[in-house]
Design a protein around this ligand. Structure first.
Ligand code: ADP
Length: 620
């Protein structure tokens, strides 16, 4: 077998497949086929007529050989090869010349196109990514307002108790939201903004929700502090976003809690204003102006510092309606307790009226907490109904802190017993003083060894009016503990246990002199109400408005008031030493003396339970 036969037959091993024959230009066929014939062998094959046709590709310097059986082979040739041309011509083998420039141009174009597409796709991906990042950054501006769908606001006016006036005032807002035509026909303009002013926990949020619930409209709620971010302008864009959303859902209620966080008077800061806050406030004002009349978006805002709000917020057309939501009175507390008792099984013995009397100064939230604590204690006691015992424990937990381990009998216990009985006995013997509710030696966490609780005077609490005699009696009552220590143990054995009482005495006596005009310095208010500096303005306003000499005189009056009260308490207790000892023995024995037991041991009728100046119902 000659070498050329071999070389011819070998490609044939791979070549029989029809598709192989149809792929003459497939570059890979070269690798799959047997090695192509050498140049000289090819010339011979052409001359001997073994080649069917030739295709010359000058640009690639090769020739594609097609054999009669359909096989192909690609053979390299010289540049500008004349030899193969002549051989083909002489043997009469058909020869075609293939121009690949067009192909190359096309391939180049395709390559370029692919590159362009790649760049465009890459760029658009990059742009998308950066747009997402930018969106997130801009997302700061989106308000976080929570929209409860209509059905979610389940609060109704029935769930809000004890603030009847506020409810009445807001009833018309509900009517407007339900039947706006009635108002519009009469040409009435419903307020755009209602400001709810009152201490925390009095039910402002609850009231706003109840309006949305009653009217069946969406409720947007946001704390004003959520507007203010690190970046200037974010708050303003949040305000815009909130109002945009609200207008889409109109009619609806927008509730902004703690509005003073943004609505504080502008330019009242120390060392320059807060740009972000002021911009936010400006935006809020602009948005409120931008409402069409009766657009159905009603803004409710809550604060407990209406005095620091910017006056621009209050002008008609903005928050022109101001509703006070104060601490509930006794009847109100009873109503709130019964609202929260709806879902809790109370024992027969529990009188909510009684508990309302015992919780002066409590807000709605405090009362809800009282019942909740009592329910927790009931569960712990594995009982099925909330009884007086649990309520009592819950009340003490809230007002006095958690219970601590009982005191062991000893000198310390005796000393605390004298201190507490000192308070109680002085109170029982001083006209105008609050009646004693309870004296106890059961300690509380935070170092409280025992305490005496009084029925605070509800009349005083409700009217907010206190007499000079009442305040003087309070000074004496507060110093009763220290007086008892002096009487029993001597002036050098008194303890620092009365430090809390002394602080309270100092504050009260100072107020009597400087604010209430209860001293011979005359009816002059020398100081304003003691409050934290809230605005830069307060710093200037709280500066004392008296001279050095008057200052010294004030200090003197305060000291005289306090030492007179201590003397009075000491005298009272000295004259009742025997009774005091008896009460102390009973207290050490029984650990707690309730009002009736205390007065019967003392041998006097318990005074009417005049309930209460609740802020300070107990002395330790
Ligand atoms: P505020 O907004 O005034 O700080 P909230 O409305 O948030 O107070 O009140 C907190 C919780 O206290 C309420 O969810 C509710 O359980 C209870 N509460 C407060 N006031 C009342 C009230 N007048 N009637 C019934 N529950 C009240």
């Amino acid at each position: 077998m000659s070498s050329e036969q071999k070389s011819q037959s070998q490609p044939g091993l791979d070549a029989p497949k029809a598709e192989g024959a149809n792929r003459p230009s497939n570059p890979f066929s070269r690798f799959r086929a047997e090695p192509p014939p050498s140049y000289s062998v090819l010339l011979k094959q052409i001359t001997s007529g073994k080649v069917k046709e030739l295709e010359l590709v000058p640009a690639r310097r090769e020739v594609i050989v097609t054999y009669p059986d359909g096989r192909t082979a690609t053979v390299a040739i010289l540049a500008n090869d004349q030899q193969i041309l002549r051989t083909a011509e002489s043997s009469g083998t058909p020869l075609r010349v293939k121009d690949v420039r067009q192909e190359q141009a096309l391939a180049g174009l395709a390559g370029n196109l692919a590159l362009i597409v790649l760049i465009v796709v890459g760029l658009s991906l990059l742009l998308r990514r950066s747009a997402q990042v930018a969106n997130k950054a801009m997302g700061f501006g989106r308000s976080q307002a929570r929209t409860s769908p209509q059905s979610e606001v389940t609060v109704r006016f029935d769930d809000v108790a004890g603030i009847a006036e506020a409810k009445d005032e807001l009833q018309e807002v509900v009517t407007f939201l339900k039947q706006p035509e009635t108002f519009i026909k009469l040409g009435a303009r419903i307020p755009r903004g209602v400001l709810l002013v009152g201490p925390p926990g009095t039910g402002k949020t609850l009231l706003a929700k109840a309006i949305a619930g009653e009217a069946g409209v969406p409720f947007f709620s946001l704390a004003a502090s959520e507007f203010v971010e690190l970046f200037v302008g974010v708050g303003a864009s949040r305000v815009r976003d909130l109002f945009r959303k609200a207008k889409e859902k109109s009619p609806c209620i927008v509730f902004i809690d703690e509005i003073d966080a943004v609505g504080r008077q502008r330019g009242a800061g120390i060392g320059g204003g807060n740009d972000e806050r002021e911009q936010t406030l400006n935006q809020l004002l602009t948005e409120m102006d931008g409402f069409a009349d009766n657009s159905g978006v009603i803004l409710l805002a809550a604060t407990n510092r209406a005095d620091v709000l910017d006056t621009a917020l209050m002008r008609p057309g903005r928050f022109d309606r101001r509703i006070a939501v104060g601490l509930p009175d006794r009847k109100g507390r009873e109503a709130i307790l019964s609202v929260h008792a709806r879902t809790r099984p109370l024992a027969e013995e529990v009188s909510l009226a009684d508990w309302a009397r015992r919780t002066p100064g409590f807000s709605g939230a405090d009362l809800a907490n009282l019942l909740n604590e009592a329910a927790i204690l009931t569960a712990r006691h594995q009982s099925t109904t909330l009884g007086n015992r649990e309520l009592e424990m819950a009340l003490e937990r809230i007002t006095m802190g958690l219970t601590a381990a009982p005191l062991q009998d000893g000198a310390k216990k005796r000393l605390i017993a004298y201190h507490e009985i000192g308070h109680a006995l002085v109170a029982a013997l001083t006209p105008h003083a609050d009646p004693v509710d309870k004296v106890t030696l059961l300690p509380r966490s935070g170092g409280v060894g025992g305490f005496t609780r009084f029925f605070p005077d509800e009349e005083v609490l409700d009217s907010g009016l206190v007499t000079r005699a009442y305040l003087q009696a309070r000074l004496v009552m507060a110093l009763g503990g220290r007086a008892a220590e002096v009487v029993v143990f001597g002036a050098s054995e008194v303890t620092q246990g009365a430090s809390g009482d002394l602080q309270m005495v100092a504050q009260l006596a100072r107020e009597m002199v400087t604010r209430f005009g209860f001293s011979d310095l005359g009816p002059v208010a020398l100081e304003g109400q003691d409050q934290e500096v809230f605005l830069g303005r307060d710093l200037i306003h709280t500066r004392p408005s008296y001279g050095e000499r008057t200052g010294r005189e004030i200090d003197l009056r305060v000291r005289v008031l306090a030492s007179d009260a201590l003397q009075q308490a000491i005298q009272l207790l000295e004259s009742r030493r025997e009774q005091m000892d008896r009460l102390v023995d009973a207290l050490i024995e029984e650990e707690t003396l309730q009002s009736d037991r205390f007065y019967s041991l003392l041998g006097i009728d318990p005074p009417d339970r005049r309930p209460s100046l609740g802020q300070l119902p107990a002395w330790t």
